[in-house]
Write a protein that binds this ligand. Structure first.
Ligand SMILES: [Zn+2]
Length: 403
């Protein structure tokens, strides 16, 4: 089998590494961040905008596209790349997370899952084999196994049951997977239990995937629990395969998890927070609605090379948000995504040049993060709101309300 992942350099003191994932639509330098386009669109941006901010790979979602417009439509239009006008690499999530959070569940067993659509209440049956076939028909470059993603809980038995079912489903997904152009990644579950994570990795690595995702985190546990679990899971995973941490994407989390050896990320946080007026700057997240920006004739972030910062003042952005002009969402999204992409580029460069430890220390010293208590309360509210009614389809994460 051809090599789809190569490591260019691993930081000797931390686990951080720089590499390349080769896909049918291009080579992705890692560590990499995937903007979220659940409904075949990164909200408020054209594909050219998405490319211009430095995106190398983006994420879409089989659950959403299956329900609307339907996989038949996408297939008739020549596949997902052509349908959405994006010719770079695409990863699709199977929809496991969405089925267990957005849809209303009817039944789960080893055969698959029966759920009701969050859009019109219609009933659907999805098998692990079916999830692979849907993603193959969409034509994504990297596809994911169907996983059972339980909500955050300390109840070990229920986490174990979901983890073991995910493994049985993974085996079925491998058997159903056809063709060499699409890489099928496994998903490690096991909540915040180290032994469950270890057992999950042992089973999945025996099946032999070209990449492994760490799922079921950033769902309401504390940040230190997330980081500890990533660290332990990474230690179990093989070094020569890419590691993808699902649903994580705040700047400080990206730095901390690259430090622990994660190669790939996705999150709707940068784009959702942007639409709320929460913008990233070197000093932390700012709220562009604040009166202080009303007359400020400076870019949002002096160090940013994005279209928005090169062209417009913070005062103009403040005005667009206050007047609810549609341009606000596009300009803010361009800025936040470019901030994240530039962060990934700077981290990669630091790893290759041997200065990642120093880069990490400096970044985290300057970047003011959201208070942990506020963050968890916001996330809880967002998760509760999203059940059953949320149609945005973004992954698990910080809701991005500005404190
Ligand atoms: Zn900018």
């Amino acid at each position: 089998m051809r090599r789809t992942f190569e490591i260019e350099k691993t930081c000797p003191r931390t686990g951080a590494r720089a590499g390349f994932i080769t896909t049918a639509h291009g080579v992705v330098p890692t560590p990499a961040f995937m903007p979220v386009g659940s409904q075949a669109s990164v909200k408020a941006l054209t594909p050219d905008d998405v490319r211009d901010v430095g995106t190398e790979i983006l994420l879409s979602n089989a659950y959403h596209l299956y329900l609307r417009p339907g996989v038949d439509v996408v297939e008739q239009m020549g596949g997902l790349h052509r349908f959405m006008g994006w010719d770079g690499p695409i990863l699709t999530d199977s929809g496991g997370y969405q089925i267990f959070s957005l849809a209303s569940l009817r039944r789960v067993d080893d055969e698959g899952v029966v759920f009701r659509s969050h859009i019109d209440g219609s009933e659907h049956f999805l098998t692990p084999e079916g999830a692979v076939q849907l993603q193959q028909r969409l034509g994504a470059d990297i596809i994911m196994v169907l996983d059972e993603c339980p909500p955050y809980t300390k109840e070990k038995m229920s986490v174990r049951r979901a983890m073991e079912r995910t493994l049985r489903w993974a085996e079925k997904c491998v058997k159903a997977h056809r063709g060499r152009d699409q890489q099928l990644f496994g998903i490690v579950q096991g909540g915040v239990f180290s032994d469950l994570r270890r057992d999950s990795v042992a089973f999945l690595t025996a099946l032999g995937f070209p990449g492994y995702a760490i799922g079921g985190l950033s769902l309401g546990e504390t940040k230190s629990e997330t980081l500890a679990m990533v660290e332990e899971t990474v230690a179990f995973l093989p070094t020569d395969k890419p590691r993808y941490l699902m649903g994580v994407g705040s700047p400080e989390d990206l730095v901390e998890n690259v430090d622990r050896g994660v190669d790939l990320f996705d999150s709707a946080l940068p784009t959702r927070t942007a639409r709320n007026g929460a913008l990233f700057a070197a000093s932390g997240r700012i709220n562009i609605h604040n009166a202080g920006y009303k007359g400020l004739d400076q870019p949002i972030d002096a160090g940013c090379d994005c279209y928005t910062c090169q062209r417009f003042s913070a005062a103009y952005l403040n005005h667009l948000f206050k007047s609810k002009e549609l341009l606000a969402y596009r300009l803010a999204t361009i800025h936040n995504l470019r901030f994240v992409m530039r962060l990934m580029e700077r981290m990669r460069q630091a790893i290759v040049q041997g200065g990642f430890g120093e880069f990490r220390r400096e970044f985290l010293e300057n970047y003011r993060t959201t208070d942990e208590g506020v963050r968890l309360a916001q996330k809880q509210r967002w998760l509760e709101r999203s059940v059953g009614v949320h149609d945005e389809g973004d992954g698990p994460e910080d809701p991005g309300v500005v404190a």
